[in-house]
Structure formats: structure tokens, C-alpha cells
Design a protein around this ligand. Structure first.
Ligand code: KG4
Ligand code: ZN
Length: 342
């Protein structure tokens, strides 16, 4: 079964054709980053207008790269939530119209579940396992019982982890998207140059939660204080590389601390990561070093937003006989997740 997957929740206009939920026949990602970079963040109106301009060309390229004509597609899947509403509506409406015109089934999928499916395009994983969903909008530690059944154990109580990377990067002018630039700079820095506090979240219902607003403020204030007190100037210590490495270490350690608590408490020893921050090299290294855990990451080209993960997840619903109604609509927020504690 060939599924066309469409993704337009943020600033990537993407489409892919995936066969039987695992074989990627094409994967086209048209990034809008250069258009948002000058504003140091995604401008929602620009994003939705660009999706409107690009979507038909992106889908056409995905079909031709896969060697398919529209009639060869068995079903269409598109991201319906969460994300920027105007952007979501473009891909969702295009996908629905495309499927309707071909008289083929349509499936609306959740973006975060699609990120979680990305590593499963290439590897088989038995349920249940722990999911680590980390992107610009979300930081979720969850128990995963099936492709559509997750229970959120912990989440952020303020900023998402990717958002913290983006905000720190914006403050220091490192570049957008922040995670990419900070990860790169951190490779040449000392991660112990600055010590930032970890949030005090270890009890009760916040046991698996994370928080980033304190770290973001500390990175900005502590370094400014350091600049002022170190009147002689110590360029090595306050280098962009040292700021990036020290921030990155703390930001990822915050995530890992909560994740490892969930590992201990649930006894689940398989961790599947997804989302843009899953590309982070320090996070990947730390989890690779935990030889007692099986950790799966998407390949780097499938960490960010893409259509292949949408098509792959769509296939799982279709194989179960599900169809979305033609009335299905987009939602800026996550609608379906339960929050429960083990
Ligand atoms: O999943 P994604 O492409 O879009 C959303 O759904 O949000 O994630 C984008 C986020 C941005 O915040 C970006 O700074 C972050 O992922 N990111 C990274 C890295 N690459 C992208 N964060 C840390 N390290 C990276 N290497
Ligand atoms: Zn995403």
C-alpha cells in the first residue's frame, strides 16, 4: 500500500510516498528557514502563505521522485495537529482534496505521534516502550503502548526544550534554528565552563516534568554578570562555544534526569526518541552510552519535520481499517493525549 504523507505544521513544507509503512519511496522537504531566519523565528503568516504557494509543487515532486502517478497512491495522510493553525490547514486541506479527487481514503495524523513513528520506519520495536518527544513546541516523556496510544508521564511546565535552544541562540545571535547552531558551536566548547542550576522538580506529580525558563534566564543573566565581574575580560571563558556547550549540557541533562526516573519507575528499558531536538549530538551520545538501555533515534534527516513519518503512521491506521471523516479539521493544540502517572 502506497501512502502519500503531507506535513505542513510549521516551517517545513513536506511530502513523501511510503510503501507499507516502512519503505520510503520519496521524501521531499522544502524548508522555509531562510525566509524566517531574518526574523529569528517562524512568522506564522509567512509560513502559511509559503505553504500555499509550495504545496502542489512539493507533492508533485514527491510523486515523481517515487515514480508514481496520482492514481498509483492508495491513500493520503496529512498532519492535522498540533502546530500553527494556518500552516496545518494548508496541508490538511490539500491532502483531503487530493484524496477526495482520487476517491481514496484519507487519514489525519498527530504530528507528535508521527515524530515517534520516525525511527520505526527503519526498525521494528515491540510495545510498550518509553517515548522522548522533543521539538520546538513539545518536551514529552511518555509510555507508548501502541502507535496511537501514549500516556504522557512528564512534560514541560513552561518552555519546550527546542524553544529554549532557539531563545538562547536568539539572545546571543548564534543563528536560527537555535538547536542546530548551538549543537555545532558546543563541539568546540567546554561544557563545564558555566554551571547552571537544574530545576527543582523531583516530587510527586512533577517527577518526570522538565522546566526551561529558569535555565534560559540563568544563561542570560549569569553570563552577563560574568562579563561585568571579569573586568579584565576572559575571552576564552565567555566564548560562544563555552556558552553553547554549558547551556546544551544542562538543557539535555534536565531531560535525561526525568527520562531516567521514568526508566527506573516503569522498568521499561527501550527508549524511542523523536522530534527536532532528537538530532542533538550530546543527547544521542549520552543515550548511546547507556548500554543497559535500547535507544532508538530517527536518522538525522527524519528528526525534523518530514512527510515520511506522516505517511508511515498513516499506514498503521489504514492497515487497521481506520479512515478520517471528510469533516476532520486542524487543531493548534494536542487534543488526544492522556496524562497519567504510573
Ligand atoms: O520537530 P521540529 O523540526 O519542529 C517542531 O515540531 O517544532 O523541531 C524544531 C526544533 C527547533 O527548536 C530546533 O532548534 C531544534 O528542533 N533542533 C535542535 C537540533 N536541531 C534542531 N535542538 C538541539 N540540537 C539539535 N541538533
Ligand atoms: Zn516537529
Amino acid at each position: 500500500m502506497k501512502v502519500l504523507g503531507i506535513e505542513s505544521s510549521c516551517d517545513e513544507c513536506a511530502a513523501a510516498v511510503v510503501e507499507d509503512g516502512t519503505t520510503i519511496l520519496s521524501n521531499v522537504v522544502a524548508t522555509q528557514i531562510p525566509f524566517h531566519e531574518v526574523y529569528n523565528g517562524v512568522v506564522p503568516e509567512i509560513a502559511s502563505r509559503m505553504h500555499t504557494e509550495w504545496i502542489s509543487g512539493v507533492v508533485k515532486t514527491a510523486l515523481s521522485d517515487a515514480g508514481c502517478r496520482p492514481g498509483d497512491i492508495d491513500a493520503v495522510a496529512a498532519t492535522a495537529q498540533p502546530g500553527l493553525l494556518g500552516s496545518l490547514l494548508v496541508g490538511l486541506s490539500f491532502g483531503k482534496a487530493f484524496a477526495y479527487s482520487l476517491d481514496k481514503p484519507f487519514i489525519a495524523v498527530d504530528h507528535m505521534l508521527a515524530h515517534l513513528y520516525a525511527p520505526m520506519l527503519s526498525e521494528k520495536v515491540d510495545y510498550p516502550f518509553l517515548g522522548l518527544l522533543v521539538s520546538g513546541g513539545h518536551s514529552i516523556i511518555c509510555r507508548v503502548d501502541d502507535f496511537d496510544a501514549i500516556t504522557v508521564l512528564g512534560t514541560t511546565i513552561d518552555d519546550a526544550v527546542g524553544e529554549a535552544f532557539d531563545k538562547v541562540s536568539k539572545f546571543y545571535g548564534f543563528g536560527y534554528p537555535g538547536g542546530v547552531y548551538i549543537d555545532r558551536l558546543a563541539k568546540g566548547g567546554d561544557s563545564n565552563a558555566f554551571k547552571f542550576p537544574l530545576p527543582n522538580l523531583h516530587k510527586g506529580e512533577h517527577r518526570y516534568d522538565v522546566s526551561y525558563s529558569g535555565l534560559k534566564t540563568a544563561v542570560i543573566n549569569q553570563i552577563e554578570q560574568f562579563r561585568q565581574t571579569d573586568a579584565q575580560g576572559n575571552p576564552a571563558a565567555i566564548s560562544p562555544e563555552n556558552i553553547a556547550a554549558s547551556f546544551q549540557k544542562t538543557a539535555i541533562d534536565i531531560l535525561l534526569r526525568s527520562l531516567y526516573r521514568a526508566v527506573e519507575d516503569t522498568g521499561l528499558r527501550t527508549v524511542v526518541a523523536g522530534g527536532g531536538v532528537a538530532a542533538n549530538s550530546y543527547l544521542r551520545q549520552c543515550l548511546a552510552d547507556r548500554k543497559d538501555l535500547r535507544c532508538l533515534f530517527p536518522p538525522l534527516n527524519l528528526c525534523g519535520d518530514n512527510g515520511a513519518m506522516v505517511a508511515g503512521l498513516g499506514y498503521k491506521y489504514l492497515a487497521r481499517g481506520d479512515r478520517s471523516p471528510w469533516t476532520v479539521t486542524a487543531s493548534a493544540r494536542v487534543r488526544a493525549f492522556k496524562r497519567r502517572y504510573p
